[in-house]
Write a protein that binds this ligand. Structure first.
Ligand code: UDX
Ligand code: UDX
Length: 460
């Protein structure tokens, strides 16, 4: 074997990333460890702990050849030349910076585990998204070992998106590798470059200083989320006027300077990263005495919350100002299509608000029902989790589309209309359905950022 790579943290980032590295570098031994024994057992089984298109094939090719999963963190550290750290960095919920700063306790513990179990120099790679200058703290902790060991800390943020993780890893827009600008740092950087050049063109591998690399990850996510909040803010204006957000998005996206991606109006962005990373950026700006900059970015999160709340207000207002006792079919609970992940999904917030109004929810999602159950555990109200969309819609007053699953557009809406209560409503929180057709079937249709198509409006 060429070198031994270890990844601490077998989550959405660590698992798929290491599987692709092992697949593309058969002469490297790749180990993935996690303190969660259940998760490791799942990685070793036929039923992987996360759903990602293409992941099964990659894991099958490499597992037990040069890709190994284990709970033995100490043994992994001892054997490794290069250690990727991909443990979670949730928003801190206590003490200074509560609700904004990153909780770095897992990180620090990991650094201490590395010192304790190492008997030679190693490269430590930050894969988790971290506040700028975490590497400095990491260096200090690792450098304080009394074994005379030298650790090089690199930053190699992961830009994969869920649902397209394997595609993003196999042909990334760029790979970013930040290093300390010292001879040892640059040498360590080259070790990582040698891994990625096995399948990524050299010109797509960008080197930077370590602080730029850390900051780039936060800013990438903040800018992506900002585009969504910008479009969503305009969707509110469209609903008040005769403008249509889809037409506006398409037309502005044709300007090559703006580009056409990430301009889909929605009930809001979810996922484990956007909110956490923006709040982290906000905290950093406040910390460095830049309140105007902090407020600017905070508004991206506030606009997202406004959009979610607005969606629910619209449902209540359209359904004659009461949804108490009414069955509402929720189509989609995942935070986006092609994943079973529900972390920070707008569906959680929307469902809670609907339940507070005493609606009865019938939740359907092609992949995320198990996670939906966990998210709403302990929430008061009547909720059913249903594995068939037609069953969910039976007797419902409304369908609320909360995830952009493409299959939602393919359902038989004439059949759905027949089995629902009348008047039947559809709130398309993702603009994925054919609104005109639904209206012709008889539905009262409420898209995002477009005027409603409601038979009831005529009666008013
Ligand atoms: C996480 C972070 O949330 C993200 O900011 C970062 O960019 C990459 O790592 P993700 O992989 O989606 O993203 O998180 P998660 O699925 O929660 O995986 C983290 C794993 O680390 C968990 O399986 C957890 O059990 C494990 N872990 C955590 C350890 O093995 N040791 C610890 O001390 C803490
Ligand atoms: C994001 C970043 O894209 C990725 O680079 C980073 O590594 C992790 O965070 P992810 O959270 O997996 O990835 O999903 P993404 O595709 O970015 O979608 C995030 C949310 O925005 C989803 O809820 C999605 O539905 C929503 N979205 C996306 C919109 O509402 N409109 C859009 O136009 C695009």
């Amino acid at each position: 074997m060429n070198k031994t790579i270890l990844c601490i943290g077998a989550g959405y980032v660590g698992g798929p990333t290491m599987a692709v590295i092992a697949d593309r570098c058969p002469d490297y031994k790749v180990m993935v460890v996690d303190i969660d024994a259940g998760r490791i057992a799942a990685w070793q089984s036929e039923q992987l702990p996360i759903y990602e298109p293409g992941l099964n094939d990659v894991v099958k090719r490499a597992r037990n050849r040069n890709l190994f999963f284990s709970t033995d963190v100490a043994a992994g550290i001892r054997e490794a030349d290069i250690i990727f750290v991909s443990v979670n960095t949730p928003t801190k919920m206590f003490g200074a910076g509560a609700g904004r700063a990153s909780d770095l306790q897992y990180w620090e513990k990991t650094a201490r585990d590395i010192i304790e179990n190492s008997d030679r120099d190693k490269i430590v790679v930050e894969k988790s998204t971290l506040p700028v200058r975490t590497a400095e703290a990491m260096n200090r902790i690792l450098g304080s070992n009394d074994k005379g060991l030298h650790f090089d800390v690199l930053s190699n943020p992961e830009f994969l998106a869920e649902g397209t993780a394997i595609r993003d890893l196999e042909s990334p827009d760029r790979v970013l590798i930040g290093a300390m600008e010292t001879p040892a740092g640059l040498k360590a950087q080259q070790v990582l470059i040698d891994i990625y050049t096995r399948w990524v063109p050299r010109e797509k591998i960008k080197t930077a200083n370590i602080w730029s690399s850390e900051l780039t990850k936060l800013v990438s996510n903040a800018m992506l989320a900002q585009r969504i909040s910008s479009v969503n803010s305009i969707s509110a204006l469209c609903e008040k006027t005769a403008a249509n957000i889809q037409e506006v998005s398409e037309a502005i996206g044709m300007d090559r300077r703006i580009g056409n991606r990430f301009l889909r109006a929605s009930i809001g962005f979810g996922g484990s990263c956007f909110k956490k990373d923006i709040l982290n950026l906000v905290y950093l700006c406040e910390h460095y005495g830049l309140p105007e900059v902090a407020k600017y970015w905070e508004q991206v999160v506030l606009m997202n919350e406004y959009q979610e709340a607005r969606f629910v207000e619209n449902i209540i207002a359209s359904m004659f100002n009461t949804i108490a006792g009414k069955r509402i079919a929720i189509f989609g609970f995942a935070f986006k299509a092609d994943t079973g992940d529900t972390r920070e999904s707008p569906a959680i917030y929307v469902s809670r608000l609907l339940l507070e109004e005493h609606a009865q929810l019938a939740i359907f999602d092609p992949k995320a029902l198990a996670n939906a159950k966990l998210e709403l555990q302990g929430v008061a109200g009547q909720v059913e989790y249903i594995t068939d969309p037609y069953e969910a819609a039976k007797g419902a007053h409304a369908i609320a589309v909360l995830t952009e699953w493409p299959e939602f557009a393919e359902y038989d809406y004439e059949r759905l209309y027949r089995i629902m209560e009348k008047p039947a409503f559809i709130f398309d929180g993702r603009n994925v359905l054919d609104h005109r057709k639904l209206y012709e079937i008889g539905f009262n249709v409420y898209p995002i950022g477009q005027r409603a198509l409601a038979h009831l409006e005529k009666i008013k």
